[in-house]
Design a binder for this molecule. Structure first.
Ligand code: GLC
Ligand code: CA
Length: 542
């Protein structure tokens, strides 16, 4: 049965970098409200807000110190309620980030849990050391051990991410009860669902040492990735909370294969509605930090496999953790507009719900930073410092961080060509990319051939074209240069031709076509323009 969250396009907002309205250099909720009309104009139907809860900002909001309040840097609860209401008037739904694998170490639960006698002790995972060493050999996602020693109680606590993000103990029924209340609190305010942060890591089956492997997976991950205990938690949250609202969930799921993902989001499983997988994000990198050459064929094969494996996909090319897509899969200098449009075409014509990350619709590029003092991201800083301790020379450390840092996606939104890109009248919390004078929303709104207008055109099409929404996916051609696929529904089909090279390609497709090329060259014999939506006139080039 058709679902509203399958028919809408999602736009992800990283509130800190979206729009500042009070000159403190930090984006805020009134700033989001101020742009609702632009977002409506773009055609998006759902906004996902990265965390807006109080946070000491060790990981900019992904370390939460109060689940049922708004970070004063972003505004007030009244602002949030106004945002939900104003978005609702424009038929835009809001989903929030649900970060329940861990809290901040400044959350009152954790502060109390430092006391061995407290009933909150068991909200987290505390263990004595082994011969003066951490309880096991697990490695953190952000580098170093997953264990931090606490002087006061003489034990270690587990943190899969930074030491300011202690993991909750999901074996404790009190934790389950608390989080259910948090979810109800927000759903009752009218939000339409959650993006569930690292959700397949919740349940730790054992705390045994992890195997050391050459593969990407972190030592210890076999004890906590997609465990049966997590499936059970997801089913409980669905049954007890989510099923009572008209809402959906998308889970961020790490280290998952298509088989794992089916168990997490198959409709008969009654767990999540869809998942973000990472396999396509690994086609130009090993273990996130080490880059390898982008190979369009490898990329297209991974995407095709996922398209066919799952009932419904969550499609994305960017988010707040990933470098900008035009800089990694496109060409952000010679073919900036062309390659950005081609990537947008891919995103918006696959089967599944498309997720656009703020700035992607104008082709924002990787950060033009020149030194580590401009880096804000805890993961990048940890990796950089770890490399320093390993005596890796500075130029090489910088070479690792520069193209991969999460800050590539976190520079302020480029609204116009005024100072600081119209993001703030104050000093931005992270530098604005210098290319804002040429790449910005205001100039692209005026230019009918802009990246933003191409996005708008395709979003408008997808919003109403059932073939693009529900049609089956079939890959027709995958090479280093082209990715061609067909979407088909009840005898009607749309063929998407993506030219990943800057050379003209031969093609022999007819019927309803959507064509987009990386460079300025198209498909010989089919069409002249290198970008075109030819749905009704059925171009036939033979
Ligand atoms: C997810 C978030 C990321 C965060 C991490 C820990 O991967 O997207 O930004 O650092 O979880 O919460
Ligand atoms: Ca502000």
């Amino acid at each position: 049965m058709a679902k509203w969250w399958q028919e809408r396009v999602v736009y992800q907002i990283y509130p800190r970098s979206f729009q500042d309205t009070n000159g403190d250099g930090i984006g805020d909720i009134p700033g989001i409200i101020a742009h609702l009309d632009d977002l409506k104009d773009l055609g998006v139907g759902i906004l996902w807000l990265s965390p807006v809860y109080p946070s000491p900002n060790a990981d900019y909001g992904y370390d939460i110190s109060d689940y049922c309040a708004i970070n004063p840097e972003f505004g007030t609860m009244e602002d949030m309620e106004r945002l939900i209401a104003e978005a609702g008037k424009r038929d835009i739904k809001i989903i929030m980030d649900l970060v329940i694998n861990h809290t901040s170490d400044e959350h009152p639960w954790f502060i109390r849990s430092r006391d061995k006698q407290s009933p909150y002790r068991d909200y987290y995972i505390w263990r004595p050391g082994k011969n003066g060493k951490p309880p096991n050999n697990w490695m953190s996602f952000f580098g170093g051990s997953t264990w931090e020693y606490d002087e006061k109680s003489g034990e270690y606590y587990l943190h899969l991410f930074s030491k300011k993000q202690p993991d909750l103990n999901w074996r404790n029924p009190k934790v389950m009860e608390e989080i259910q209340n948090v979810m109800r609190f927000w759903l009752d305010k009218g939000i339409a669902g959650f993006r569930c942060d690292v959700i397949n890591l919740l349940y730790k089956t054992s705390l045994e040492n992890g195997r050391i492997r050459l593969a990407m997976a972190l030592p210890g991950s076999e004890h906590y990735v997609s465990q049966e205990g997590t499936h059970e938690i997801l089913r409980t949250l669905r049954r007890e909370v989510l099923d009572h609202y008209d809402c959906f969930t998308v889970g961020e799921t790490v280290f998952v294969t298509t088989e794992d993902a089916k168990l997490l989001c198959g409709s008969d499983r009654r767990e999540l509605d869809m998942v973000f997988f990472f396999e396509h994000m690994e086609t130009d990198a090993f273990a996130k930090w080490i880059r390898r050459k982008f190979n369009p064929a490898r990329f297209a094969r991974v995407i095709s496999r996922w398209q066919n494996a799952l009932e419904w996909n969550a499609n994305y090319l960017e988010n707040h953790d990933q470098p900008r897509s035009v800089s990694r899969f496109g060409d952000d200098s010679r073919y900036h507009a062309e390659s950005a449009k081609m990537l947008g075409t891919l995103l918006l014509t696959l089967r599944g719900t498309p997720f656009i990350y703020q700035g992607q619709e104008i082709g924002m590029t990787n950060f033009d930073y020149t030194g580590i003092d401009q880096v804000r991201d805890v993961a990048s800083l940890n990796i950089y410092n770890l490399a320093k301790r390993l005596h890796i020379p500075e130029p090489l450390r910088w070479k690792i961080i520069k193209p991969t840092s999460r800050d590539n996606a976190r520079t302020p939104m480029q609204w116009d060509s005024s100072p600081n890109s119209g993001f703030t009248t104050g000093r931005p919390w992270i530098d604005v990319n210098g290319n804002y004078r040429t790449i910005n929303v205001a100039s692209q709104m005026k230019d009918p051939n802009s990246i933003r207008n191409w996005y708008k055109k395709l979003i408008t099409l997808r919003n109403t074209d059932k073939t693009l929404i529900y049609g089956d996916f079939k890959a027709l051609e995958i090479t280093r240069r082209v990715f061609v696929y067909r979407r088909e529904l009840e005898g009607r089909s749309v063929t998407v031709l993506l030219n990943f090279s800057d050379k003209p390609q031969n093609a022999h497709y007819s019927g309803h076509l959507i064509v987009s090329s990386y460079g300025r060259q198209s498909y010989k014999g089919v069409l002249e323009p290198y970008e075109a939506v030819l749905l009704e006139n059925g171009a036939n080039g033979e």
